[in-house]
Design a protein around this ligand. Structure first.
Ligand code: UT7
Length: 325
């Protein structure tokens, strides 16, 4: 076997919708500012502290059904998330238990908004070497659990959700290339400072609101555009293709202005999937849900070349080129 292909996709969005008008009542913001600066109109959010594993389960059941693979036959489960149910066990372990996928080995990937592309690349490697016969990967987040509802510069951006993909080995095509990168020297640009071993949970951490996402949006913006363009070009080069062959670009959904700038520089305007208006930024879940939704909307057909392209806190980034089979 030389590669791996996706044989099932699923997504789950919690039913409750938070609109910009709802946010106007909570913080000093306007629908107009959020819409023009970010492209977001609404986002889905969990209620009653629903953990990310529950969202992951719903998305996974759909993906497994579409793939025709039974949970008991799964070899590998990878969950990409920065909002795990608990620091440990991994969310993948909780998911395994829900699914009764007793044979599967399980781990989480922490690569923020590039998490789904990182997880996809890991699964691809396990499958192309013949180490495993199938894999379930999930990008899932409950970002509202680490959102500071007193910080208007971040609380308007994020949403909750999960997307899942089932992969099997294939002799040709499927995933053609992957380019992953990171730059830990810029960690402070987008960070959850509290709750880990650097700043364990304490009264001080809570008082200083370090248990919430901190972001230097302006600086990130410029880097995001440059790196996402570079990453997509690199993965296309690795696949011996150019953007002329691309049917659909599926970029991480952080900001409509980033998406449009990346699409323009790659000459892929009009061939770019956008759903940020309905869901906001869902970190690792954004790419997973966008891929699933594009497929459900029949925007992906056999033999199409599609490019996933993501960037996030770490910094981390990744791009995968897939020939759909
Ligand atoms: O997902 C991983 C990667 N994430 C990203 O790449 C995010 C990249 N960054 C962004 O998307 C944008 O930088 C943001 C959407 C976060 C912010 O947009 P911006 O155009 O860069 O705004 P800004 O931070 O420069 O703020 C402009 C103004 C400020 O007011 P002053 O100082 O000019 O008076 C802010 O205080 O907008 C103000 N502002 C708001 N006003 C109304 C910030 N947030 C809000 C708000 N409502 N929610």
């Amino acid at each position: 076997m030389k590669s791996a292909k996706i044989v099932g996709l699923g997504k789950y969005l919690p039913p409750k919708i938070l609109t910009n008008l709802d946010l106007e009542k909570r913080v000093d913001t306007t629908d107009e500012w959020i819409t023009t600066r970010t492209g977001i109109k609404s986002r889905h959010i969990v209620e009653n502290n629903t953990p990310v594993s529950v969202l992951a389960k719903e998305a996974s059941l759909i993906a497994l059904k579409r793939a025709g693979i039974k949970p008991k036959d799964l070899d590998l489960i990878i969950v990409a998330t920065i909002t795990p149910d608990t620091q440990f066990p991994s969310t993948a372990c909780y998911l395994q238990d829900y699914l009764k996928a007793k044979k599967a080995c399980c781990f989480d990937v922490s690569a923020a908004c590039a998490g789904f592309v990182y997880a996809l690349t890991c699964a691809w490697q396990f499958l192309k070497t013949g180490f495993y016969k199938n894999a379930l990967i999930v990008g899932g987040e409950v970002l509202t659990s680490i959102t500071d509802w007193e910080d208007r510069s971040t609380c308007v951006l994020f949403g909750d959700g999960a997307g899942a993909a089932v992969l099997v080995p294939t002799g040709k095509d499927g995933i053609l290339s992957s380019y992953l990168g990171a730059d830990g020297s810029e960690a402070d640009l987008l960070i959850l400072p509290g709750g880990g071993s650097r700043n364990p949970v304490s009264a001080r951490v809570v008082e200083e609101r370090l248990n919430y996402i901190k972001m230097r949006g302006n600086e990130l913006f410029r880097i995001a555009v440059r790196i996402m363009v570079e990453a997509a070009k690199k993965s296309l080069r690795m696949a011996k293709l150019t953007s002329k062959s691309v049917k659909l670009l599926i970029p991480h959904q952080a900001n409509i202005r980033i998406i449009n700038a990346v699409a323009k520089r790659l000459e892929l305007e009009g061939k770019t999937y956008i759903n940020i208006d309905r869901y906001g930024n869902m970190s690792s879940a954004s790419s997973a849900i966008a891929l699933c939704e594009a497929w459900e909307e029949k925007k992906i057909k056999k033999d199409d070349i599609i490019v996933l392209d993501a960037f996030g806190g770490g910094l981390v980034w990744g791009s995968c080129v897939i020939k759909w089979i």
